[in-house]
Structures are given as structure tokens and as C-alpha cells.
Design a protein around this ligand. Structure first.
Ligand code: MGD
Ligand code: MGD
Ligand code: MO
Length: 711
């Protein structure tokens, strides 16, 4: 931050000032962000050069944060629905009248019977990763009411449970030491698109002679820049990892001492791995045997030659039936070769387990006061909104309060999600910046502040620094912070617990209590957690046994497989006569889930909703690049442009990004096709476990869906 004068309070004067904040988005990088403010207006955001992980650079999309904040379509007043649900017709209304009405509607549900508040459901995810503007005041409010609890599973729980049951937590290598690795496997991650600041370390390692291998069904821009790319079939990662173990065993590329001292269940894992000769994995993964053997050889010989081998997983590989087991299998690898002994060896999926967040202080589960409301899995919101009351389910859902999320766009099987939100007897409140696909179904839309307008404090799942976000400008229009909206709702409902009076700075301080130096955060904007360089060089895993658990008792006790195994996809490509193609739907580089889709400069870069298809699969269907196609299965139909692309392997199509339905071609997006089935561990979503058929849209079909005039 040389040359910049980071201010320590919200600037009000005429001179440009520089305010240090944090990027709020759901991304491993959690950048420290400097906002330039002039006359009370944020004119620019930049990466903080003083923060080593950010290294002075933001990604393209977040550098457009001012364009998003001052977007002409930003919702800046409370809105009340005037048209049918989904029509998007609203009128402006005063805050008091909105809050009064919402409070009355919720009160009516909550006071009907002792546990009737369970008919109220919060629905939120990571629109902001801020600990305060996500689950602090909101959680207190819903706990006090005794509303249904939401299982926040839509992203990472399969892999998260996989890690917990192998390494003991969301822990792993320190990201900066990848720069020293001599072999890097980038596994289920498009780092350049979704984890850009990690890629810098890979470049350093490459310059120093490291070999980099990408394992991903899609030939991503990251795969382009790696020495090898294994384009396996979706959902076959555990098979690949098990066959690597097979080869490590056969060739004795094993650190017997590490295995003996620091692991549990070796004999059982050994027997399991020996069931996976490369020929078997080749069949399952759809890869040449030689390529698989070469991967195992690279990994095994790195050990034999004393080189540091590191694995960067990301959540892409766990959005399939066997996602939890896949992460377990991969997380076992570094213990077999003792890669953990080196600070530049091991594995990293998420670092978030390192953060000593005091969630109880923020969320106050004690406010439940003995109530044990049911939980609703956010992945199955489509089915659950349509479920009648029953003894197993409990009361039908009567009210949903959505914040930090866009379920109509991001949740699977959108046809059902839309049907649910369209229920005339459902009362829906959406706290938002924009009139999203979900907000179109709201009874009330409440204008929320953006990261430039509120305080917050952050963790990261890609590094181990705590970040503070200081507001750089006053709230726009009548926007309020999420926390203030829940404080106001509590007051209107007569909930007078003193905890509803805590202000945002108090909440920021409470997030880490004494564990982090808050004065340092105030002064610098970030603070590093004390971390060992090579966390498991001598075991010390945070599992019950203190060892890396190849065999996990806790899973076995639940009647599950104690060992990592290959769990095939629910929906396999090449099997179903009507839907022969597997479809994955990874992130679009210039969107962040469904955020930024309405920012024109970014949407212009993405162009239009796109399906990448291999030349062979396109030829078989008479499809050419640029053709409009229908992608369909029993759950619905999605229209987009086809691109014949070497990024797609035969048998797998790539539907990129989570477009806003209303900005797409036929009013749907890729989630019209995905299913609500859950993962093996963690009750997560299976977005990339989905079969479809693709057909060219004829001209008449195009005009029938009204898309002829779109450019
Ligand atoms: N630009 C951008 N960045 C993002 C996001 C975004 O939407 N846009 N999303 C953010 C979010 S919410 C998250 S959770 C994180 C991490 O989100 P991830 O989804 O992990 O991010 P990616 O690394 O882009 O994607 C994962 C990669 O996994 C691949 N993949 C799909 N199926 C399989 C499989 O079965 N096996 C293997 N090996 N690979 C598979 C995909 O082709 C893709 O290249 O990234 C965040 N960063
Ligand atoms: N097909 C398919 N579907 C997917 C995925 C995929 O790869 N493929 N990825 C999945 C993953 S990994 C994830 S994490 C989920 C993401 O799902 P979500 O967490 O719902 O993410 P977004 O789509 O970014 O929506 C976040 C919304 O929060 C709003 N928001 C941001 N900040 C604030 C705030 O401070 N206050 C309020 N009130 N609102 C705010 C934004 O305007 C935005 O509309 O999607 C999942 N869906
Ligand atoms: Mo995510």
C-alpha cells in the first residue's frame, strides 16, 4: 500500500481516500481490497499490495465491484409485490410499513402453536462470506423464533466431511509453499478461473522446474497451462486415486515409516487399493492405461527422489454421488508417500478449519432455549417447498426469508424450486441488492448494503489470514445492512433480548474474541493466524486417533464404508438410452455463481449461455458451433449456444456458469437439468452427476420460445 494512505475511519472529505476492506465473495482467495473514495463515492477497487496473498491484484469480476454497487438496477427501497408471483411487479413501500407487515405475518405463524415457528425457514448461503453479514444477527433472530434450521450444504459439505473423516478437519498445506513444490496435482479445480491467486504460486513452482498435472473432465484454461491433463469422466476420482495407491504399493513407492507411525487402517486400505489395477481404473475413468500409470509414476517417484509433491483439490470434484469418498481417497495419498514431511508437500482443499471463529458468540444457539427445530437441507428446497405437512416432515413451509443467496438460480432442479416459490400461500421475503430470479417471487424485497457499505470480518478457505472489511461509503438509498434488517424485525416482533442491540463492530470483535488482535485488524485490515510450516510432518492430525485415518471408525459405526471407495455416479453417461451425455456445469470465469450476471461489462465477456461439446458428439447430432441447442432430460429443458470445443471430452458436455434465468435464452438455466440427489457424505448436491441429451434447435423452435430477437 505504498503511496496510499489507508484511512482508519469512513472518509467524508473531498480528497480521495483509500479504505482497506475485504472481497466478500465465495472464493478461496479472500482478497484484501482497497477502495478509492472521492466525495463520498467509491470510484475504484484494487487489490491490496500490502497483503501478501492478494499481492496487489483483484480478479476481473471483482474489479467491477463499483459498477455493480452503483448499478442503475440496484434495489434501493423496500418493494412490495403487486403482480402475480414471478412477474417481477413491485411497488415501493416505506421501511416501517414493510417491517410491520412482515413482522405480523411471521408472528402469526410463530404464535399459532408451541413449535409452529418451524414453518418459517431462513435460506442463505455465501452471497457474502462475511461472518457478520451472513450468520450473526440473522441466526440470533431465527434461533430466538425457533424457526427451521437450514443445512447449508450447497457447496462443500461432501468434501468437508471427507476431509474431517481423513485428516480430522478442513486443514492442509499452507498455500504459499506450493511455490516450492516439485510436483503439483491440480485436482478438480480450474485455478485460473476460480482461485487465481493460487495460480501465482504454481507459476513460481513451474519456473523452478516443477511438473504440473491437471485432473479435470474439462480441458480448462488451467489444464492448457499444465504439463499433463487427465480428462477423466466426472465422478471417477476415487477410482483414479485408488489405482494410484495400487501403483504405489506395487512399486513400493511408500514411506513405510510414516505409514506405521502416523496412519490408521493401512492393511485394510492396502487390500482395497489392490482391487484397483490401472486397467480397471482406465475403464471406469475413461482414460488410457498409460496415462494413469504415468500419473502414479510421477507421484511415486517424486517420493522416491525426495521431491515435494503437493495436491490442490477444489470442490469441483465432490459435486457427484461419491464426492465425499473421492476427497477421502485423494486425502490419503500424501500419507502413503510421507509427502507431509515437506512443507511443500501434502494436500489442500480448504484451510477454513484453521480459523478459531466463535460461532456461538455470533449466532447464540442458546437462544433456542431447549427448542429443537427440524432441519431443512438447502439442496432439496425444490421438493421441500412442495411438501405438505406430515409427521416425518413436520409443518409445511409457510414463510421463507432469503438473504445472501439466489436459490431459484443456484439450487438444483429449478423447475421444482420455481414451482415452490410460486406457491400463492407461501410468504417470501428476499434481502437483496438486485431483483434476482429469486426476488421475482418475493412478497417483499428489502434493499441490502454491499461490502462497500458495511462492516464485516472474514475467514478464508484458501489462506490463513483473517480480514476486516471497513465500509468505504455510506449505505446507498435506503439500503440497510442484513444485521440491521434482522435487528429491526426483532424489534417489530417484540423480541427484546439484549443481544439484538449489539452493533456491527461489536459483532466483528466477537467473531474471534481474544484469538485475533482486533487492533491489528483495524490498523492493517488483515492478521495472519499462527500456523506451523509443515503441519503433519510428524503426524498430529486433528482426528480422534491423531493419525491420518485411512479407515474411519466414525463412518463404520454409521454403517458406512470405513475405507474410501469408488461410489459411481447416480447418472452415468453412455448408459441411458435417452440421455447419453454426462453434463457438468462448472463456474463461468467472469461470474461468481449467479452474482455479476447482471453486470453488463462482465456479461458481455461471457457472451451468452454456452454448452461446450466435443466434435464427435456434435457431429452425431448435426450441431455446429454457434447453433442454438436444447439441452434436456426428464427434469426440464435449457436453451443455449453450442460450441464445438476441445475443452469438452467425448461423452461429456460442459454447461458453463449459473446464468440468471431471466437473462438466458428460454427463461431457464443449467439447474433446470440438475437433480436434488445427495452425496455419499455431507448431504451435499450432485450438480455434476447429471445426464442429458442435446439437440439443435430448429428455427421454428427458436421463434416459438421467443428467442429469435436476442443477440
Ligand atoms: N470465477 C469464479 N470463481 C469462483 C466461483 C465462480 O462461480 N466463478 N465459484 C466459487 C465457489 S462457490 C467455490 S465453491 C470455489 C470452488 O469452486 P469450484 O467449483 O471447485 O471451482 P473451479 O475450480 O472453477 O471448478 C472445479 C473444476 O472441477 C471440474 N470438475 C467437474 N466435475 C469433476 C469431477 O468429477 N472430477 C474432477 N476431477 N473435476 C471435476 C470442473 O470442470 C472445473 O474445472 O470457487 C469459487 N470461485
Ligand atoms: N449447476 C450448478 N449449480 C451450482 C454450482 C455449480 O457449480 N453448478 N455451484 C454451487 C455452489 S459451489 C454454490 S456456493 C452455490 C452458490 O449459491 P449462492 O450462495 O446463492 O450464490 P450467488 O448465486 O452468488 O447468490 C448470492 C446472492 O447474494 C446476494 N448478496 C451478496 N451480498 C449480500 C449482502 O450483503 N446482503 C444480502 N442480503 N444479499 C447479498 C447477491 O446479490 C446474490 O444475488 O451455487 C451452487 N450452484
Ligand atoms: Mo461454492
Amino acid at each position: 500500500m505504498q503511496g496510499m494512505n489507508a484511512s482508519t475511519s469512513t472518509p467524508t472529505g473531498n480528497d480521495p481516500s483509500y479504505v482497506v476492506g475485504a472481497c466478500p465473495h465465495d472464493c478461496p482467495d479472500t482478497c484484501s481490497m482497497v477502495t478509492t473514495v472521492h466525495n463520498g463515492v467509491a470510484i475504484k477497487v484494487q487489490g491490496n499490495a500490502a497483503h501478501p496473498h492478494t499481492n496487489g491484484a483483484l480478479c476481473t469480476k471483482v474489479s467491477r465491484y463499483p459498477e455493480r454497487t452503483y448499478h442503475p438496477e440496484r434495489v434501493l427501497q423496500p418493494l412490495r409485490r403487486t403482480g402475480p408471483k414471478g412477474s417481477g411487479q413491485f411497488e415501493t413501500v416505506g421501511w416501517d410499513s414493510a417491517l410491520q407487515d412482515i413482522a405480523q405475518r411471521l408472528q402469526h405463524i410463530a404464535q399459532r402453536a408451541p413449535d409452529s415457528a418451524q414453518a418459517i425457514l431462513p435460506y442463505s448461503y455465501a452471497g457474502t462470506m462475511g461472518l457478520v453479514q451472513s450468520e450473526s444477527m440473522a441466526a440470533r433472530f431465527f434461533n430466538k423464533l425457533g424457526a427451521s434450521q437450514l443445512e447449508r450444504t450447497i457447496c462443500a459439505t461432501a468434501g468437508g466431511e471427507g476431509l474431517v473423516h481423513t485428516l480430522g478437519g478442513k486443514v492442509g498445506m499452507r498455500v504459499e509453499f506450493f511455490a516450492e513444490s516439485q510436483l503439483i496435482l491440480i485436482w478438480g479445480s480450474n485455478s485460473i478461473g476460480s482461485n487465481l491467486h493460487f495460480w501465482r504460486h504454481v507459476q513460481t513452482a513451474k519456473r523452478n522446474g516443477a511438473k504440473v498435472i491437471c485432473i479435470d473432465p474439462r480441458r480448462t484454461e488451467t489444464a492448457d497451462k499444465c504439463h499433463e491433463h487427465l480428462a477423466l469422466l466426472p465422478g471417477t476420482d476415487a477410482a483414479l486415486a485408488l489405482t494410484m495407491m495400487h501403483e504405489l504399493i506395487q512399486n513400493d513407492w511408500l514411506d513405510h515409516d510414516y505409514i506405521q507411525r502416523y496412519t490408521v487402517g493401512w492393511e485394510a486400505l492396502r487390500a482395497r487399493a489392490l482391487e484397483w489395477p490401472p486397467e480397471r481404473a482406465a475403464q471406469v475413468c475413461g482414460l488410457p492405461v498409460e496415462q494413469i500409470k504415468a500419473l502414479a509414476r510421477d507421484y511415486g517417484q517424486a517420493y522416491a527422489q525426495g521431491k515435494a509433491a503437493a495436491i490442490r483439490m477444489n470442490y469441483g470434484l465432490q459435486r457427484v454421488h461419491g464426492g465425499g469418498n473421492a476427497v477421502r481417497a485423494i486425502a490419503c495419498l500424501p500419507a502413503l508417500t510421507g509427502a507431509w514431511r515437506h512443507r511443500a508437500g501434502g494436500v489442500l482443499l480448504s484451510s477454513s478449519g484453521a480459523f478459531p471463529v466463535d460461532r456461538a458468540a455470533l449466532q447464540r444457539p442458546d437462544l433456542l432455549a431447549g427448542k429443537t427445530p427440524r432441519t431443512i437441507n438447502m439442496v432439496t428446497i425444490g421438493d421441500d417447498l412442495l411438501r405438505p405437512a406430515s409427521p416425518e416432515f413436520g409443518p409445511a413451509i409457510e414463510a421463507v426469508i432469503v438473504y445472501d443467496s439466489n436459490p431459484v438460480a443456484v439450487a438444483p432442479e429449478s423447475g421444482k424450486v420455481v414451482q415452490g416459490f410460486a406457491r400463492e400461500d407461501l410468504f417470501t421475503v428476499v434481502l437483496e441488492h438486485f431483483q434476482t430470479d429469486t426476488a421475482d417471487y418475493a412478497d417483499y424485497i428489502l434493499p441490502a448494503t454491499t461490502q462497500l457499505e458495511h462492516w464485516d470480518v472474514h475467514l478464508s478457505y484458501g489462506h490463513t489470514d483473517v480480514l476486516l472489511n471497513r465500509p468505504s461509503v455510506a449505505p446507498l438509498g435506503q439500503a440497510k445492512t442484513n444485521t440491521q434488517i434482522f435487528r429491526d424485525l426483532a424489534r417489530h416482533m417484540g423480541l427484546d433480548d439484549p443481544c439484538f442491540a449489539d452493533d456491527d463492530l461489536t459483532l466483528c470483535r466477537a467473531a474471534y474474541g481474544q484469538a485475533v488482535d482486533f487492533e491489528l485488524l483495524l490498523n492493517q485490515g488483515f492478521a495472519s493466524l499462527p500456523m506451523p510450516e509443515a503441519p503433519f510432518a510428524q503426524g498430529g492430525f486433528p482426528t480422534p486417533s491423531g493419525k491420518c485415518e485411512f479407515f474411519c471408525d466414525r463412518l463404520a459405526i454409521r454403517g458406512l464404508d470405513g475405507l474410501p471407495g469408488h461410489v459411481p455416479n447416480y447418472e452415468l453417461g453412455g448408459v441411458h438410452a435417452d440421455y447419453p451425455l454426462a453434463m457438468i456445469s462448472p463456474p463461468a470465469r467472469n461470474f461468481l455463481n449467479s452474482t455479476f450476471v447482471n453486470v453488463k461489462s462482465l456479461r458481455d465477456i461471457e457472451g451468452e449461455p454456452l454448452l461446450e461439446i466435443s466434435a464427435q458428439d456434435a457431429l452425431a447430432r448435426g450441431i455446429q458451433s454457434g447453433d442454438r441447442v436444447r439441452v434436456f432430460n426428464d427434469r426440464g429443458e435449457y436453451h443455449c449456444a453450442a460450441e464445438i470445443s476441445p475443452r469438452a471430452r467425448d461423452g461429456v458436455v460442459n454447461g458453463l456458469g449459473i446464468w440468471w434465468r431471466k437473462l438466458g435464452l428460454n427463461g431457464t438455466n443449467v439447474n433446470q437439468l440438475t437433480s436434488q440427489k445427495l452425496t455419499d457424505l455431507g448431504r451435499g448436491p450432485t450438480f455434476y452427476d447429471c445426464v442429458v441429451q442435446v439437440a439443435r434447435l430448429t428455427n421454428s423452435a427458436q421463434s416459438a420460445t421467443g428467442e429469435g430477437g436476442r443477440s
